[in-house]
Design a protein around this ligand. Structure first.
Ligand code: GLN
Length: 303
């Protein structure tokens, strides 16, 4: 497979695209990003790395982190997790609250904000130093100690994350949050503020394409766990655009409002894109277009 040629062609087409979407501004610190950035990086099943564009530059991974906290919580408490969060697509934007009230504080899935808050609560309950231990988990999987939180982004979201406060209090009112709302949100705002490059993202997400093993072949998740998390990424990874992503791209994946997307084809490759401009559903506009081209040009998808 000529991945390098294909990635170069995709990056070239992206550089010529005028409508690049709109950079998220509801978290003030995110609005400073240059919307001209574009990167695409891929790790194949042999561990060979291919990249084109701005793939070494770090950005705020935001909701992509929800898959990583989910994986750690699943490791820690196993199937008990599913008593506190469901696995159905919500069909709603990432920060909607209405279903939460209809469904008694059990979030639809772990990849919308409400579900990620319950997962964050589990980590706050089970880890002695949640922020530090989560960061170490990510660094170890990637084999990269330079990965860190962007404290400015975390602080910026803490000041303006009113909807997340509302969701957390609503969940708490139904008895589905064990810890103080402040502690859970502090952890959540930090996980979202993880700063990583496309290169680092493919190294961490490689385990979801490699039956639970990282690039060095150390096991982090069981195959059964990986299959479940990949299923959730496919059905819930793009909020109310999950159907469109499966339709156009055909890979499990996850987006973030920082403009990143990670996607994978089990036992074949893991790919990450970054372009800060978002479409109306809050997913990277050029990132989605790039991944559609990747699966079209390679003829590879889960279908
Ligand atoms: N931190 C963001 C929020 O909670 C994450 C949203 C996202 O990336 N979709 O609003």
């Amino acid at each position: 497979m000529q991945y390098q040629k294909i990635l170069n062609a995709i990056a070239f087409e992206a550089s010529k695209t005028e409508n690049r979407g709109v950079v998220a501004s509801y978290i003030p610190e995110l609005s400073n990003i240059d919307d001209g950035k574009f990167g695409i990086a891929l790790l194949d099943e042999h561990g060979d790395f291919f990249a084109s564009g701005d793939t070494e530059e770090s950005f705020s991974i935001q909701s992509i982190s929800k898959v990583l906290t989910l994986s750690l919580a699943f490791k820690l408490i196993g199937d008990d997790l599913w008593e506190r969060v469901d696995v159905e697509p919500s069909g709603d934007p990432f920060n909607h609250l209405s279903l939460l009230e209809h469904e008694n504080g059990i979030p639809r899935n772990p990849l919308i904000n409400a579900g990620a808050l319950v997962v964050a609560d589990i980590l706050v309950s089970h880890l002695r130093h949640p922020k530090q231990e989560f960061l170490e988990y990510i660094r170890k999987i990637a084999g990269d100690t330079s990965i860190d939180y962007d404290l400015k982004v975390a602080g910026s979201e803490k000041k303006t994350g009113f909807k997340n406060y509302a969701a957390a209090y609503l969940i708490k009112s139904y008895g589905n949050l064990e810890n103080d709302v402040e502690d859970v949100l502090d952890f959540y705002f930090h996980q979202c503020a993880l700063s990583m490059s496309c290169h680092q993202l493919v190294k961490v997400f490689y385990m979801f394409a490699n039956r639970g093993k990282c690039l060095e072949h150390n096991p982090y998740l069981t195959l059964a766990q990986v299959k479940r998390i990949n299923a959730i990424m496919l059905t819930c990874g793009f909020y109310d655009e999950a159907g469109e992503f499966a339709f156009e791209v055909g890979l499990p994946g996850k987006s973030g409002v920082g403009g990143g997307i990670v996607a994978l084809l089990p036992e074949k490759f893991c790919v990450a894109t970054w372009s800060p401009g978002l479409n109306l559903k809050g997913n990277s506009k050029l990132g989605m277009e790039a991944l559609e081209k990747l699966t079209t040009k390679t003829g590879l998808s889960i279908f």
